[in-house]
Design a protein around this ligand. Structure first.
Ligand code: GLA
Length: 386
């Protein structure tokens, strides 16, 4: 859909007049999975696809919400922009409006909003964070609140906690707000200090493989992992004073690992602490131009998510196993929350066609599902388009 087509759809729905347009991207995480809510490192990049939001302010005392992807539409009074509506998609943008209200900020005029997404939903590429961040950027701009980008990302995360009931970390909203074309964001999720690292992949591309098995990132499994990490911290505390798994080094962890009696909890902690180290090592490798080492760490990351964190599942594991059989695949792993969704692979340019054909064929054979492949382009974080 082009911008002109989007504008035409807006006019069809809301009539003629001035329109502004905004965009925020989905993301793919290169490495650093399930570390963000433990105060660890992540290394995601913003994608060139995401969520668009067109807006016009009005004299009415309401906000109208519509989407080209979802049939549900609604009109909400300004004073009710902090009340969830059933289980509808509008709870993501409403959840963001609510965060502004919580800060005591009031909306002095109404608005008409039209959303459109070209990021696959439920694929673990953060369509929900893109929706939250684009809403935060729009509101901040249109009502002139002057809140900084990092705070907007945090407000998106809060919306997810309170309106989608997923106790997510900050990674997705942060990269959707702060990403930069051709860069990955090396983020310390404890301090929110970050570096934009150029992703220069000579002769190699980032390929995203969508298992088309909807990632079941329901609050249940995800929140269970969050709770298990808290349990690990508790078990370690008598031996080392930490408040989050991100505070313990891999070497120190090895000294206290066997003090965590519950085997499942021990495995969860092992994944998190080792993944944080892998992420630091991977960024060093990328900076040094050592893609082979980067790819090896991606592979190790997947295996740890499969064996210790148990968030992969048959489809993701099959996609990864089939990918590893292809010559020219440097590294491949699941990306995002897991339980379905996508894998991310570094593939030599000349091997991409074979990769898509062979992995595609074998994946269909083994799972009965039809996968989708995207050669990723790294785009910018949320911005005004017009
Ligand atoms: C989801 C969450 C993120 C992060 C990833 C796993 O995408 O929204 O905060 O925890 O899972 O790395």
């Amino acid at each position: 859909m082009t911008i002109e087509q989007l504008k035409a759809k807006f006019i069809e729905k809301y009539g003629e007049g001035e329109i502004s347009g905004y965009f925020s991207p989905g993301r793919v995480n290169l490495i650093g999975e399930h570390t963000d809510y433990n105060g660890g490192f992540v290394f995601p990049c913003a994608l060139s696809f995401g969520i668009y939001c067109l807006i016009r302010t009005t004299d009415r005392k309401t906000v109208r919400f519509a989407s080209l992807d979802m049939s549900f539409e609604t009109e909400v009074k300004l004073e009710n922009l902090n009340i969830a509506i059933g289980k509808e998609w509008v709870n993501y943008p409403i959840g963001v409006f609510a965060q502004f209200m919580k800060k005591g900020l009031n909306f002095d005029k109404g608005a008409d909003l039209l959303f459109y997404g070209d990021v696959p939903t439920g694929a673990g590429l953060s369509s929900s964070a893109a929706l939250e961040v684009v809403t935060a950027v729009v509101i901040n701009d249109i009502y002139g609140f002057g809140i900084d980008r990092v705070e907007l990302a945090k407000m998106g995360q809060k919306a997810e906690h309170e309106f989608a009931l997923v106790n997510c970390g900050i990674m997705d909203q942060f990269v959707s707000a702060m990403g930069k074309k051709d860069h990955a964001v090396f983020l310390n999720c404890d301090t929110l200090a970050y570096d934009l690292v150029p992703v220069k992949l000579d002769g190699v591309k980032i390929v995203i493989s969508n298992t088309n098995s909807p990632h079941k990132l329901d609050s249940g499994k995800y929140n269970e992992r969050v709770a298990e990490c808290h349990a690990a911290v508790k078990a370690i505390q008598p031996f080392q004073q930490i408040y989050a798994l991100g505070e313990i080094s891999w070497d120190d962890f090895l000294k206290v690992e066997d003090k965590i009696e519950n085997e499942t909890v021990r495995g969860r902690a092992r994944h998190v602490v080792s993944e944080i180290k892998r992420t630091e090592d991977a960024v060093k490798a990328l900076r040094a131009g050592d893609l082979i080492q980067f790819g090896k760490l991606m592979n190790d990351s997947h295996d740890s998510l499969r064996d210790d964190y148990e968030v992969t599942g048959f489809e993701l594991d099959t996609m990864v196993e089939e990918g590893r059989k292809i010559d020219g695949v440097i590294g491949t792993r699941m990306t995002g929350g897991g339980f379905g969704g996508c894998t991310v692979s570094l593939v030599k340019t000349e091997a991409i066609d074979t990769f898509i054909e062979q992995v595609g064929k074998n994946y269909v054979q083994k799972t009965g599902l039809k996968p989708l492949f995207y050669v990723a382009e790294i785009g910018d974080g949320g911005k005004k388009l017009f």
